[in-house]
Design a protein around this ligand. Sequence first.
Ligand SMILES: O=P(O)(O)OC[C@H]1O[C@H](O)[C@H](O)[C@@H](O)[C@@H]1O
Length: 473
Amino acid sequence: MNLSMPNKSEIISEHRNVSIADIELDFSLSKLNDGKVDRSLEEFLLDEKFITGIKSLFGDNKLNLSENRSEDHIALRDLEENYKFSIAEEVKAVEVKQSDFIKQFHNDVDSGLFEAVIILGVGGSTLGISLVAQALEVNFDTSVDYLVVDNVDSFFVNKVRKDYDLSKCLFVISSKTFTTLETMTMARVFKDELITLKGSKSTWQSNFIAITANESLAQDFGLEKKRVFRFWDSISGRFSIWSAIGMPLDLIFGSETHLELRKGAAKLDKEVIENLSIENSVFQYAYRQYVNLKVFDSKAEAIVAYDSSLSKLSDYLQQLYMESLGKAYTSEGEQILQYTCPLIFGGVGTNDQHSYFQLLHQGKQVIPVTFIEVKNKKRDKYNLQGVLNKNLSAQRKALFEGRLQEGKPLCRQFYGGRPNVKLSMEELTPFTLGQLMAFYEHVVFALSQFQQVNCFDQWGVELGKELYKENQK
Ligand SMILES: O=P(O)(O)OC[C@H]1O[C@H](O)[C@H](O)[C@@H](O)[C@@H]1O
């Protein structure tokens, strides 16, 4: 039996620890350029096209060529007004309108008029809310209960009926287009439920608001202008948590908590744009994923958080990566022959160690892993995070170093050579969570710029919607 470790020669592991804002990265067990990759990170950074692409995100731009739109999500968290966006004044006006509503809502909660926020939406209009709300709900104060309804399913109707007094629910229709089948079907269902309950067609409105880029359709639905909150066409769904789509966070946690999230993202933005060099950790992380794709042919990447607060992170990242990068053509219309995006999956450690990790350790395919560690000493009376993080370290070592055992059968041989990265944060707070979300947004954008892919359209998803409509005729 040959006990040599097959992939080891390909690995150049750099013992490097880098950081950006409050995020630390340990790349010591990851693979890097072994000479076969088309371009080095240094070469990308010397390329005017790449640098211009990154800079253009921080101001008015025409990044979304296929839809002839700019992409302005950075403007929504530009709290210090560092960049120049033409929508900046409109953003401020919308925030004032939101803030008036939020204050009134909290008064209504205090006086017992409302007990829950029910968010109706799907994809980018709810994945961010689900991630943040789940991440913060245990350790941060909430003023009301919440439920995310993200499918056409009687399960949700029955759940709302079972858990809440319908007349004390605020239904938030979160939909950029206000045409999404799932969202609009459920909005109509709950509107009907309220009309039946209240016995009057006019009173249902006080239980609804809408967040949309299509204000006229929201008014056609029956909502007054003052109950419709705007976001812009130039904000793509998967980057929209920073727009009014994030407003349910103000309703659930209060505006201070939500503001911290935005401040965290803004801090990350600043550090990205002020360091357009090889030392930039976002580019380093993205470049490793680029190398995984181009050289090591990795079809998938796992992102596993060793903190149950982050149990929705992989769902969120799945859309962010795969809807943004799952395209085999450049924004200029040229074909790309290699993979442009790994299949992103993951969940929570240690749970996942008892599930698909077997394949990560001994499967034929090599799947790079990012381990997310939250040190979390403050709120951890029994040092449970310590147990989680020791597991995390053991898994990293097992994947990378493996273990060869003379005289034992093949099933007991672990060849190692499986690359992984550790991303750590001291504490999970709204501020660091905002950083984490912005970190991954910038990683995905950098990957799009390495490959000249339009990060902001999703024509494949649109086709499904068109075919549904054709079948309806
Ligand atoms: O906000 P909506 O218009 O309802 O869209 C919700 C989601 O629907 C689509 O399927 C898109 O692919 C997503 O990017 C979007 O976030």
